[in-house]
Design a protein around this ligand. Structure first.
Ligand code: MN
Length: 398
């Protein structure tokens, strides 16, 4: 595996994620989650937007001090607009981290420049130049993002990136701010930009994808194929509107389809599920049950055919093991589609070893119950072992 290309995982759960509805986190919660992200092995934590509020500033500062000071700590970043006060606040907030970054952004699409910022293209280029140079007076590591990059005029986008690189930006992020691009288009964009920007082999290009069309992860992976070497993502895919690319899905795709994505990350895979759970406990919602990699049902099998297969050999219906991502829940779920094999398996786990005749008897009762009841719990199964009036007792009920 000497050809593995390292990928920088840039987590923005505490910035892009936190600024979406229902995801507000308090100071101590942010700090606790930043420690978890550090243990997960992300390379960069975007800890917040220091100028946004005094509280945000204090959180970024505390994360830089308490999480970012350790020897192998992730790099700590703060977002900043192309404004002096933003950049100065970001610089102060991240200064005590061992490794830090100021992440400066400006819109590159005419729509944003005209409707939102009300500045000309020439003014935009001037702002980028001044802001990136100012940021570089505080830190060596400056990232520049072309907001709404995927809906920007290509020639102007290239001009803006060239200005940012000449001013000292070392990471260039081309965000799909509104979740509009497609995999092939996004891949091609990185290929073109890398070809056209002078000295682009010294620059790390980055993806930042939103999930408005459900393509955030696919687009991020396509960006890597196009030569991007940093992925911006969030736990559980939280973020503005439909969310960001989900970190756990990107990490799992790289690990599981290493043949197609020969990349290397520092993610401790078995921490994915605990991290997802912790986020769900902190904010107002967890991962949906059918969420890839970390959903409650991501490894669940209820139908008899699938259960039989998985109990015989997990590879029949599992492309990764639940344990590999730290999943601790029950994966054989009993319901009306389940077969004798799964019922027997669950009874064994609960300490009941029944004869084939007894299994048959309990199975009939089980299907009857499962037809009426949506969720079958362990206590329901145990209750099935008790004899109904006039029925034969199942022998070895303890
Ligand atoms: Mn975003």
């Amino acid at each position: 595996m000497a050809t593995e290309t390292p990928i920088v995982i840039f987590d923005t759960t505490l910035r892009d994620g936190e600024q979406s509805p229902g995801c507000t986190m308090h100071h101590t919660e942010k700090l606790r989650f930043a420690h978890q992200l550090s243990g997960l092995g992300v390379d960069i934590i975007e800890a917040g937007f220091a100028i946004a509020s005094h509280g945000d500033f204090l959180s970024v500062q505390a994360i830089a001090r308490e999480v970012g000071a350790a020897e192998h700590a992730p790099r700590i970043a703060s977002l900043a607009r192309c404004k002096r006060e933003d950049i100065e606040a970001a610089a102060r907030a991240v200064e005590s981290a061992r490794k830090n970054r100021i992440h400066v952004f400006l819109a590159s699409s005419d729509l944003h420049l005209e409707a939102k910022l009300r500045i000309t293209r020439a003014q935009a280029l001037e702002n980028v130049d001044v802001a990136v140079r100012l940021a570089r007076t505080f830190v060596d590591d400056v990232e520049f993002s072309t907001e709404d990059g995927t809906r920007s005029d290509l020639e102007f986008l290239i001009q803006m990136i060239t200005v940012a690189v000449q001013a000292g930006a070392t990471t260039i992020n081309i965000p799909d701010t509104v979740g509009y691009t497609t995999p092939a288009e996004y891949r091609q964009l990185f290929e073109t930009v890398r070809r056209r920007i002078p000295g682009s082999d010294q620059i790390v290009f980055s993806t930042h994808c939103h999930d408005d069309l459900g393509l955030a992860v696919a687009n991020s992976l396509a960006g890597l194929e196009g030569g991007a070497r940093q992925v911006e993502c969030t736990i559980n895919g939280i973020g503005e509107r439909a969310g960001n690319a989900a970190l756990e899905e990107i990490a799992a795709a790289i690990a599981t389809r290493h043949d197609r994505y020969p990349f290397k990350t520092n993610i401790a895979m078995h921490q994915l599920y605990p991290t997802s759970r912790m986020l769900g406990e902190i904010i107002s919602f967890g991962a949906p049950p059918n969420k890839a990699v970390v959903g409650k049902n991501a490894f669940a099998h209820e139908s008899g055919i699938h259960q039989h297969g998985v109990l015989s050999n997990p590879l029949t219906y599992e492309i990764m093991t639940p344990a590999s991502v730290g999943f601790t829940g029950q994966n054989i779920v009993l319901g009306k589609h389940s077969g004798r094999r799964a019922l027997e398996y669950r009874l064994n786990e609960l300490g009941h070893n029944l004869s084939p005749q007894e299994i048959e008897l309990v199975y009939v009762r089980f299907i009857e119950l499962a037809d009426r009841k949506k969720n079958i719990y362990d206590q329901d199964i145990i209750a099935l072992l008790q004899p109904a009036a006039g029925e034969e007792l199942v022998n070895n009920v303890p």
